[in-house]
Design a protein around this ligand. Structure first.
Ligand code: ATP
Length: 489
């Protein structure tokens, strides 16, 4: 559809774009990324014939860009340039209608039904129809931007070149605009090449990305091939981390600041715990990086309050999440800052212990109810497992855990818990075999992310050894207390 061959070009005698080659297929959306001054806008201008080609070529449907008349070219390619000056006296409708010029023989002399429909559709797609008769200079920067996108869409060219189309737009309008143009690629097969400053938006919406550095292509490929930590850090000269998008296989980046924050020396100890008949509460001075399977705020995040709430053995409600949130709110815990779990055992029987290490210490909390223990390897034989009867395990670390270490801490703790059940001969009453846990066990690993860096937490490491020992000891003790309370021993 569009082929760029060894393209070079720039301003007067200043060569900016150097020897750039790539191809774009029909219906594809290609994002152009790169730091300020890397030549993104210049590339777009050379590709669209706004700036002259010094060497190389741009082929549209196999034919050189330079052999198209300007009107022919406008039927093939619509361009949204970076918009800077804002002295516009036209109305929205008039501006969008300008996009129809390649389809006409004289200015507005042959306004057809297709022209009318194209203008109306373009205004609708960009949510600008309500401003149809408004003068452009009375609109906000974001609204003006949408009018120019509408103008480019009204042109109904099979190729659309966009320079920062989301400039000035708030997140709702960024999403709306990119959803709209992406839909054009899927439903109408339009080809889009767009410059982006926002790496995350480009990764999310584009099929492929082209990363520029000093006028040349540094990388081109699918977002996961281009948005790589080292590559982005080198090209942009900024520290970043890459993270998965929660819904799509499109990598996202987060800027890592180099500002030195004041270190608060707040070591976590057993003193941070408060235990009552109703709750085990752990409060930290600063948010801890947390991984958990809790009812409230499961997954990863940063939280300051941690609640293990005692519920009645017959606790049942339609929406546990909503009920638990209400409960926490009524007790002054904010949803944004609290991880919440439930247990049916006496919270006053919680086992809380601190373990010293060379890098600091870890604190472990376990509540264990094993009335409904399950042998996980035989769980498939039983249709309905009871929901109540839970072992909740918390591991709080004074240290900076790597992502691997969070996951390994969960593995290590789970193995130690299972070993404790074996040591205490806890049986699955349905199968008569040794239980491995209960049907609703929960786990939480939280770390201060200050002090020593801890890359791994398997049993080969010092922290892994402490987690293994600590979770085992605390779980054994919690099970023994539970057995005593139930009169089993
Ligand atoms: N009209 C011009 N005349 C001469 N040099 C120019 C002109 N416009 C841009 N340049 C130069 O070309 C280089 C690339 O600019 P360009 O606008 O293509 O970069 P960009 O990657 O789009 O940057 P940004 O992210 O800041 O928009 C810069 O060094 C810039 O100074």
């Amino acid at each position: 559809m569009l082929k760029v061959e060894n393209l070079s070009g720039g301003y007067d005698h200043k060569l900016i774009v150097k020897n750039v080659s790539f191809e774009v297929e029909k219906g594809e959306m290609l994002g152009i990324l790169g730091p300020n001054g890397s030549g993104k806008s210049t590339l777009l201008k050379v590709m669209s014939g706004i700036l002259p080609i010094s060497s190389g070529d741009v082929l549209i449907d196999g034919k050189s860009l330079q052999s198209y008349s300007s009107k022919e070219l406008a039927k093939k390619m619509a361009v949204l340039p970076q918009i800077h000056s804002h002295s516009f006296s036209h109305t929205v409708r008039e501006t969008v209608a300008l996009g129809r010029y390649p389809h006409q023989s004289g200015w507005f002399s042959s306004w057809s039904t297709e022209d009318e429909e194209a203008v109306m559709e373009a205004m609708k797609l960009t949510a600008m129809e309500v401003y149809e008769h408004q003068s452009l200079d009375l609109l906000s920067g974001g609204e003006q931007q949408r009018v120019f996108v509408a103008q480019a869409l009204a042109q109904q060219a099979p190729i659309l070149l966009l320079d920062e189309p989301t400039n000035h737009l708030d997140i709702a309008h960024q999403k709306q605009l990119l959803d709209t143009i992406k839909t054009q690629t899927i439903e109408k097969g339009i080809t889009i090449i767009s410059v982006f400053h926002d790496i995350n938006l480009a990764s999310l919406y584009c099929d492929r990305l082209l990363l520029m550095e000093r006028g040349e292509i540094k990388a081109i490929g699918e977002p996961h091939e281009v948005v790589k930590k080292n590559q982005i850090e080198t090209v942009y000269q900024a520290r970043v981390s890459t993270n998965p998008h929660p819904e799509r296989p499109k990598p996202q980046i987060t800027i890592l600041p180099d500002v030195k924050e004041k270190i608060v020396d707040d070591l976590i100890t057993t003193e941070n715990f408060q235990v009552s008949e109703e709750l085990v509460v752990f409060r930290a001075e600063k948010q801890l990086k947390t991984w958990s399977s809790a009812v409230i705020n499961a997954g990863s995040g940063w939280y300051r309050s941690f609640v293990n709430r005692r519920v009645d053995t017959h606790y049942a409600c339609d929406n546990v999440h909503v009920e638990m949130l209400d409960y926490l709110k009524n007790r002054g815990f904010s949803e944004a800052d609290t991880v919440g779990m439930m247990t049916a055992v006496q919270t006053t029987d919680a086992v809380i212990k601190e373990y010293n290490t060379t890098f600091g210490s870890i604190v472990i909390m376990v509540t264990a109810g094993v009335g409904n223990a399950v042998d996980v390897s035989r769980a498939h034989e039983v249709e309905m497992l009871p929901a109540i009867g839970t072992i909740n395990t918390w591991i709080i670390v004074n240290g900076e855990l790597a992502e691997e270490a969070f996951i390994q801490a969960v593995i290590t703790a789970t193995e130690a818990k299972t070993k404790a059940l074996t040591a205490e001969s806890v049986m699955d009453p349905r199968t008569g075999t040794i239980a491995t846990g209960t049907s609703t066990d929960s786990i939480l690993v939280a770390a201060t992310q200050q002090g020593s860096h801890i890359p791994y937490a398997g049993p080969i490491t010092e922290i892994g050894k402490k987690i293994g020992l600590g979770v085992y000891e605390c779980t054994v003790k919690a099970i023994q207390t539970y057995k005593k309370a139930k009169g089993w021993v």
